[in-house]
Design a protein. Structure first.
Length: 82
């Protein structure tokens, strides 16, 4: 199931809109132009999920790098970060 607020924030963050409980039927488009269709938003969900995963991986890699610079072993880093 798509996360419409997440998609809208990431792909239409410059627009004004409201939505209740991730229900597309409640999406109100306050900006100029036509609101994106449910099908359009659904088609964007996979790329948004990948973007979220990539961001999480980058944050984890940055934490690992800092801990490694501090002298922790790979096993210690894994124990701390999971």
């Amino acid at each position: 199931m798509s996360n419409y607020p997440e998609i809208l924030s990431r792909r239409h963050g410059d627009k004004e809109w409201t939505i209740l409980d991730n229900d597309y039927a409640t999406l109100v488009w306050h900006s100029e132009g036509t609101k994106p269709s449910k099908a359009t938003l659904d088609s964007l969900w996979a790329s948004v999920q990948q973007e979220i995963a990539d961001e999480a991986a980058a944050k984890l890699a940055a934490k690992q790098a800092v801990l490694t610079k501090l002298g922790l072993t790979a096993d210690e880093v894994t124990a701390l970060l999971g």
